[in-house]
Design a protein. Structure first.
Length: 514
């Protein structure tokens, strides 16, 4: 059937989608979400079908931008359209829904179709739900990791040892990457750190680093920076590392599930050529992992999967029941990291965690007394010097000072109503406050926590300060503090945390940070 092209100036998230009238779809024998093969100008492409009663005339085919750009057609151009079968990967997805495990070839076919846009959201969702409810074994995790690497860009660093670190997320204010990368690089070890942007947190590692330097580097730019400095901190999304994962995340986020945690992380480490890896697993209330037992099981999977991918992996189980350092929000966190490295201010928990993780990595790379060396890199100024070198090579100002960083012009101190000690901090409450204040979109928005767990507090003393670009967002953040138990102060440990008088509406925090 020949149909006239009608570009509709809409995108479909990278998927090749077309719209047919109900009459034309019926004549072709396809239904909505079925497949048609388009041919025009010597090119062919299989596309996903949507149908309409109104926006097209019979004989027209509506083209989303992905299809218009592929064929380079203008309105009225004739296109040959014929019905075609669903991709073979749909059979594999149906088998997985029935509980059948998939082999590496089947998984590769699914991942390839995901990245090519050959699967609809419904079909990808079916695959994700099957993995969530039936579990993902290590054979499948390894196959997924490999396939996700094969369908994206890879970074080849010409060094025998390539170090990397990663946190599974869940603890706000975790700006350890800004310390660990320059510590490792200062000892001559390559650490090409690719990081994510915030999904459910106030700031991702890429958001923090972007306050100081350009993180949207291409592959060749990354190679240049690492060759010059041994390290970099860049946004992984700019170089299409494991692009299938970015598509999977779009499904996982609204469903509040995360079955692809292992292959998502490990595929990106494999893609940058890591040979030594430390995975940070925060545990405790409010984190992804609640108990040491669960953390041990996850660590075992990371270590075994790393072995299958040729990456020597160790894990650090870290305390996650309060923020790391004091700051939450891109600019506030970048400022705190810079203050620590320049020895202007201390944040003992941040320094401890960074030195612990960097120390493990240094030891894995053959340097004895790794933690001692990591601490020396901070106290001697080596780490600060290296970070400024990286900042310069990534297009930032190497002389930037903590006070130069832009902070939200509106601020509000939240003070203690009673004296005593901080007995409770809700990580999720602080995250909600920071995001309501404008993070991560507003770079200078966020929260600075003045009192940590077990800190002594006097009545009227500031517990935290909220920063926002807009006064209305500041008020929204203040309201969250009023409505939730974000920070609890008492003279002693109270046995009752909260009195519940009505049927509560439970809210469970979903953390999706990779």
């Amino acid at each position: 059937m020949k149909l006239r092209a009608k570009p509709i100036c809409l995108t479909a998230g990278g998927k090749p989608v077309v719209i047919l009238t109900l009459n034309d779809a019926e004549e072709l024998g396809v239904l909505s979400l079925g497949r048609v093969k388009l041919s025009c100008g010597g090119k062919t492409r299989t596309c996903i079908v949507n149908t309409t009663k109104k926006i097209l005339k019979r004989g027209e085919i509506g083209l989303y931008d992905e299809v218009t750009d592929f064929f380079g057609v203008s309105a009225g151009r004739e296109i040959d359209v014929e019905a075609t079968d669903f991709p073979a990967s749909m059979t594999f997805i149906r088998n997985r829904l029935k509980g059948r495990r998939l082999d590496s070839d089947e998984i590769r076919e699914i991942v390839q179709d995901v990245t090519r846009g050959n699967l609809s959201e419904v079909e990808i969702t079916s695959f994700i739900i099957a993995l969530e409810h039936q579990g993902l074994n290590l054979d499948e995790a390894a196959a997924l990791s490999t396939a996700m690497v094969e369908t994206g860009e890879t970074l080849k660093i010409d060094q025998k040892l390539v170090a990397d670190k990663h946190s599974i997320g869940g603890v706000p204010g975790d700006k350890t990457t800004l310390l660990v990368v320059p510590i490792i690089a200062s000892y001559g070890i390559a650490i090409p750190k690719t990081s994510s942007r915030a999904i459910t947190s106030p700031a991702g590692s890429a958001d923090r680093a972007e306050i100081l330097m350009d993180v949207n580097l291409e592959i060749e730019e990354i190679k240049r920076v690492v060759k010059k400095t041994n390290g970099c901190i860049v946004w992984g999304g700019a170089i299409r590392l494991a692009p299938a994962d970015d598509i999977f995340v779009q499904v996982e986020y609204p469903l509040s599930i995360d079955p692809l945690l292992l292959p998502s992380i490990m595929s990106k480490k494999k893609a940058v050529g890591a040979t030594r890896l430390v995975v940070d697993i925060p545990l405790g209330r409010g984190t992804k992992v609640k108990t040491i037992g669960d953390a041990d099981l996850l660590a075992r999977d990371f270590i075994e999967l790393g072995g299958r991918l040729g990456i020597k992996t160790q894990c650090a189980l870290t305390y996650g029941e309060q923020p790391i350092g004091h700051a939450l929000g891109s600019a506030l966190e970048a400022r705190e990291a810079l203050e620590v490295l320049s020895r202007k201010k201390g944040a003992p928990d941040l320094i401890d965690k960074a030195c612990d993780i960097a120390g493990i990595l240094l030891g894995m790379c053959g340097l004895p007394e790794g933690r001692k060396k990591a601490a020396h890199a901070i106290t001697s100024g080596k780490a600060e010097e290296k970070l400024r070198e990286i900042i310069r090579e990534q297009g930032g100002n190497p002389k930037i000072k903590p006070d130069d960083l832009p902070i939200g012009e509106h601020s509000s101190d939240i003070t203690a109503e009673t004296g005593g000690y901080v007995k409770w901090i809700s990580n999720w409450g602080l995250v909600e406050m920071a995001r309501s204040a404008g993070s991560p979109k507003d770079k200078g928005a966020g929260v600075v926590l003045h009192k940590k767990l077990n800190s002594q507090v006097k009545r009227g003393e500031p517990l935290l300060t909220i920063y926002a670009k807009h006064a209305s967002k500041l008020q929204r953040a203040e309201k969250i503090f009023e409505e939730q138990m974000v920070v609890a102060v008492g003279e002693k440990m109270e046995m009752m945390l909260k009195e519940v008088k009505e049927v509560p509406v439970p809210e469970k925090a979903f953390i999706l940070e990779r």
